[in-house]
Design a protein. Structure first.
Ligand SMILES: *[C@@H]1O[C@H](CO)[C@@H](O)[C@H](O)[C@H]1NC(C)=O
Ligand SMILES: *[C@@H]1O[C@H](CO)[C@@H](O)[C@H](O)[C@H]1NC(C)=O
Ligand SMILES: *[C@@H]1O[C@H](CO)[C@@H](O)[C@H](O)[C@H]1NC(C)=O
Ligand SMILES: *[C@@H]1O[C@H](CO)[C@@H](O)[C@H](O)[C@H]1NC(C)=O
Ligand SMILES: *[C@@H]1O[C@H](CO)[C@@H](O)[C@H](O)[C@H]1NC(C)=O
Ligand SMILES: *[C@@H]1O[C@H](CO)[C@@H](O)[C@H](O)[C@H]1NC(C)=O
Ligand SMILES: *[C@@H]1O[C@H](CO)[C@@H](O)[C@H](O)[C@H]1NC(C)=O
Ligand SMILES: *[C@@H]1O[C@H](CO)[C@@H](O)[C@H](O)[C@H]1NC(C)=O
Ligand SMILES: *[C@@H]1O[C@H](CO)[C@@H](O)[C@H](O)[C@H]1NC(C)=O
Ligand SMILES: CC(=O)N[C@H]1CO[C@H](CO)[C@@H](O)[C@@H]1O
Length: 881
């Protein structure tokens, strides 16, 4: 698998056009950083004449150290005298700005340990260029200078150079250089592949200094390679020219020296042999080998220098090759070795006609590095960085937020498209000590689906920017100090069921837009404007009257108690008798007792749940439920109106749900209408939201433990609310996610099998039960379906659906009572979510937040089709994911 190119000289262009020769180059665009140098200092490096400055402006982590005096010598370049090291964090990154997007750059990092930490220990760490792996650096000798170089195309207008701690010691760095490159140089480098330098050697120099800028205008570092036994040096003082289209522009100073085998005679030309070894960390080597040549001797008539180049005995040059006198030329190509090959033997062997031995002026070997990861969308990156700096977030948030995936920032989730940049989809900054106002930068995270800012100290009003986030499905602002009203855009999305909005436990926040008056919505500038108008009024009209107006205006603050602080009315047995008209109409019955319908004095209908008072355990269960109900408030949870707890009665007075339970509707109880698909999916979404609130919106979080259609109640608008918290468990956030229990509780058919076996309870157990309910909503079947044959076993609805769907036919499982009036894609999506929820292992089940997002998609699919279903054939039949 070799790709071969012979650099041809275009003689005409050589003689007619010398402008391609880059004798002079300025150092415009060079960035030369001495890592570990104290802030604001810089110096001129005598060997390169370049100015090196402190790395302070490029990074805000790490600590500076001087190397140990034992390793300081008079010839040591000043970049190596100090280092910056990174004790903290997985990824520490330098950010160099003002690159040209799509421009080609050479980036070089150097490392000399010099026992800076006094530990005298080797270290191995990874380097990343942008979001892509670059190289693994292995440093064992304190005196050794390691140079890593990569040539790449900048995907965005900045580059991050990251040192990644892989657990094998503290990463450190001595210097960092960035050099812009002409596009025509190193044509193998493009946006999908970079070149990582393995070797760059200048053959045959008489002194041992590295050639770099200004001798090489591109400031590559050419290491000397001479004094090899069996090799003789050849040099010239004449300038070596580059052709106009030279893809390497090897500098004259490098090409002016070469090596050739010793003792070669016209009768006995011998071969030049050398080899390189694979980098032990390079798992899949793929090389670009470049051999630089120029004929330095003046050949007489009859003299000929011609040779073949082979690598591991395979022909590398396409044909026998002769170098051009005093012009730069190169033989280069890809070399993809056989698996396991670690040594690459290069042989330059004179052909039979040649009277002179082969020569070699310089060699470069690169690994070809595929560019596999793309940096996160740049608008997302600036937004999240603005958020990070606004709230001084102290997390391991360095480098690209999403890429590479393994190092994505903690607290956020990203979507990774096959092509295109990753986007930030979920951000959780719950309990992160955020203070101040909510920054508008959140509004620039346009792909955001969930945002959790709960339990911080955020103050001020809720900005309108959230309603501009098209995909936002969950916004949790619980437990802050927010004030003012909720922007109408947000309220609308929430009311339309597109957004789960949590704003509980914010003392000064109006829970509902209508309760807040204009004053609060006003921006500071309009307040000032109004204040000025009033001042004018003060001047113009009677002082007393105007004072009255101002005080009235500014005095109307929005004081809305959050329901948490409300006291619940306590009823007596006599009150309950009155409310229920002496327990006249029973609307439900269970192991706990009986539920009666009632009516408060103001006419509100209520459900009165009378508890048998039997055992201490039952009383305790009652108290658990009552206590939970006083703490949880969500439109999809049945709310508490009051209670009775005295020697005569134990009862809860609850919101009345006129349409009964989901179970009544699924069972087709007389008087219950058959639900349409649209109604069903809405009920599923409502229930999911209620459950999600229990899991994530409550502190302590709550596991319901008995999710089933009987406990999902419907009001007159068929809005679903979860009820019956008698066996629910609240866990303080310090507890482990899994909580050991003695006996599994719940209802047969809905109990999470994993919980049943392992007796370890988590939110995922509710997700399982919810999945069963969702399957019932789709199929209209009971949770346990009796076998049809005489011998057949009863099966769970999830097995029943799985079996049928494996034959690819969704229509065979959907509740026939819907008479085919549903969008097939919407049902497929819902069935897929339900099956994921009923996976045997909890870790494979989605969270309720995921379920909400997926169910919203189902609603959108149904809505899109519902608009023009009349007569239009259904699309996507038998679509299977
Ligand atoms: C660098 O210089 C700037 C202004 O000249 C100064 O504000 C800053 O504090 C200095 N930083 C350090 C680390 O000395
Ligand atoms: C590293 O982390 C520790 C503990 O969090 C902190 O005390 C120290 O200052 C950090 N060091 C640097 C260089 O940031
Ligand atoms: C390094 O050495 C210089 C003097 O040579 C001194 O000024 C500087 O403070 C030292 N830096 C550190 C981090 O020890
Ligand atoms: C790192 O380099 C040292 C010295 O060259 C070598 O002995 C060691 O095996 C290398 N480590 C790895 C993991 O390759
Ligand atoms: C980059 O170059 C390689 C071969 O040299 C080629 O296969 C690939 O398509 C190029 N990619 C782009 C984006 O041009
Ligand atoms: C050519 O030279 C090499 C090394 O200098 C020697 O080993 C070899 O025998 C010579 N061959 C002939 C044919 O003289
Ligand atoms: C390279 O040369 C060495 C001896 O110089 C030999 O042992 C090795 O097998 C050669 N490798 C290949 C792949 O030809
Ligand atoms: C050099 O390559 C040519 C063409 O591939 C071949 O004919 C010739 O034998 C080779 N010469 C040597 C010395 O290997
Ligand atoms: C050797 O040179 C002769 C005359 O210059 C030419 O005809 C012949 O093809 C050459 N042979 C090789 C192997 O290059
Ligand atoms: C809480 C409060 O003051 N509400 C008032 C807000 O303004 C409307 C009229 O615009 C009144 O009807 C509310 O009573």
């Amino acid at each position: 698998m070799r790709e071969m190119v012979l650099l041809c000289l275009f003689l005409a262009s050589i003689f007619l056009n010398n402008t391609g020769v880059t004798g002079q180059a300025d150092d415009a665009g060079f960035v030369s950083i001495d890592c570990g140098l104290p802030g604001n200092s810089s110096y001129k490096d005598t060997s390169s004449t370049l100015t090196y400055s402190s790395d302070d402006p490029f990074i805000d982590t790490g600590t500076n150290h001087n190397i140990s005096a034992a390793y300081i010598t008079s010839i040591l370049s000043p970049h190596y005298l100090n280092v910056r090291s990174f004790d903290n964090g997985t990824r520490n990154c330098y950010t160099i700005k003002s690159l040209v997007t799509g421009g080609k750059y050479l980036l070089r990092a150097t490392f000399m340990y010099g026992n800076y930490d006094g530990l005298n220990k080797g270290v191995i760490f990874d380097l990343h260029v942008g979001v892509n792996y670059w190289k693994t650096v292995n440093i064992s000798d304190p005196e050794e200078i390691t140079i890593s170089e990569v040539i790449f195309v900048a995907p965005v207008d900045y580059i991050q150079v990251c040192l990644v701690n892989t657990g094998l010691g503290t990463p450190f760095i001595s210097s960092l250089d960035l050099r812009p490159m002409k596009k025509s140089l190193y044509p193998h480098v493009n946006s999908s592949q970079s070149l990582v330098l393995a070797h760059r050697l200048n053959a045959g120099p008489t002194d041992t200094t590295i050639i770099r800028y200004p001798d090489d205008p591109h400031d590559r570092m050419w290491k000397p390679w001479s004094n090899v036994p069996y090799w003789a040096e050849i040099t010239t003082s004449q300038h070596i020219q580059n052709t106009q289209n030279d893809p390497f522009e090897a500098p004259s100073a490098v090409l002016q020296t070469a090596v050739t085998p010793v003792n070669a005679t016209p009768a006995n030309t011998s071969a030049l042999k050398f080899f390189w070894l694979a980098d032990p960390f390079d798992k899949d080597p793929d090389y670009l080998a470049t051999f630089h040549f120029s004929e330095l001797q003046t050949l007489t008539n009859g003299q000929k220098r011609e040779f073949n180049i082979t690598i591991n005995d395979a022909m590398f040059s396409p044909k026998p090759y002769s170098p051009y006198p005093l012009y730069a030329d190169a033989i280069y190509g890809r070399y993809k070795p056989f698996p396991g090959m670690r040594q690459y033997n290069v042989t330059l062997k004179a052909s039979s006609n040649s009277t002179l031995s082969p020569i070699l002026n310089a060699v470069e070997v690169f690994s070809v590095l595929p560019v596999s990861d793309i940096p996160t969308d740049s608008v997302d990156v600036s937004a999240i960085n603005a958020i990070k700096s606004k709230y001084q977030i102290k997390r391991d948030w360095y480098g690209d937020p999403c890429a590479p995936k393994t190092y994505a920032w903690d607290g956020l989730n990203c979507s990774y498209a096959v092509s295109g940049s990753p986007r930030i989809t979920d951000l959780s900054l719950a309990s992160s000590g955020l203070t101040g106002e909510i920054t508008n930068a959140f509004g620039n995270l346009k792909a955001l689906q969930t945002l959790n800012l709960s339990h911080n100290n955020l103050a001020g009003s809720i900005p309108d920017v959230f309603s501009e986030l098209p995909l936002l499905a969950l916004l949790d602002l619980t437990g802050n100090k927010l004030s003012g009203s909720i922007p109408s855009g947000l309220l609308k999305k929430s009311n339309d069921g597109l957004l789960t909005l949590r704003v509980g436990d914010n003392a000064d926040l109006c829970n509902d837009g209508t309760e807040c008056n204009q004053t609060k919505k006003m921006s500071n500038s309009s307040k000032i404007a109004i204040a000025i108008i009033f001042l004018i009024i003060v001047v113009l009209i009677i002082a007393a009257a105007s004072i009255f107006i101002i005080s009235k205006f500014t005095g109307s603050t929005c004081v809305v108690e959050t329901s948490i602080q409300l006291e619940y009315p306590q009823f007596t047995y006599r009150d309950l008798e009155q409310i229920t008209d002496t327990f006249k109409q029973e609307i439900g019955r269970g192991g706990f007792g009986i539920v009666y319908i009632g009516r408060l004095v103001d006419g509100t209908q209520v459900a009165v749940k009378m508890q048998h008072r039997r055992s201490t355990q039952e009383v305790n269960n009652f108290i658990v439920e009552a206590q939970l109900l006083t703490k949880i408030h969500h439109r999809n949870l049945v709310s508490l109106i009051g209670y009775c707890n005295d020697e005569n009665c134990l009862a809860l007075v609850l919101e009345y749900m006129s349409e009964g339970s989901l179970q009544d509707h699924l069972k087709g109880k007389p008087g219950s209408s058959c639900l349409t698909w649209k109604e069903r999916i809405r009920i599923a979404l409502d229930s999911a939201k209620g459950l999600e609130y229990l899991h994530k919106g409550c502190n302590p979080r709550i596991i319901h433990q008995d999710i089933k259609p009987h406990n999902i109640l419907l009001n007159e608008r068929l809005e679903a609310k979860i009820a019956d918290f008698g066996v629910s468990k609240a866990f303080s956030s310090n507890d482990d996610t899994h909580v050991s229990m003695k006996d599994p509780v719940g209802t047969y058919g809905y109990i999470d099998p994993e919980y049943y076996v392992k007796r370890k309870l988590s939110e995922k157990s509710d997700v399982y039960s919810f999945g069963v309910v969702l399957l019932q909503i789709i199929t209209g079947q009971p949770a346990i379906i009796q076998g049809t044959g005489p011998e057949s076993e009863p099966v769970n609805v999830s097995q029943w659906v799985r079996q049928r769907l494996s034959r690819g036919n969704i229509d065979s499982v959907v509740d026939a009572r819907m008479q085919g009036d549903y969008d097939i894609n919407s049902v497929w999506n819902a069935a897929n979510v339900a099956l994921e929820c009923t996976e045997m292992s909890g870790v494979h089940r989605p969270t309720m937040a995921d379920v909400i997002v997926r169910l919203q998609e189902c609603i959108e699919l149904e809505a899109a089709v519902g608009r023009n279903r009349n007569g239009v054939s259904r699309n996507g039949v038998n679509k299977k994911e």
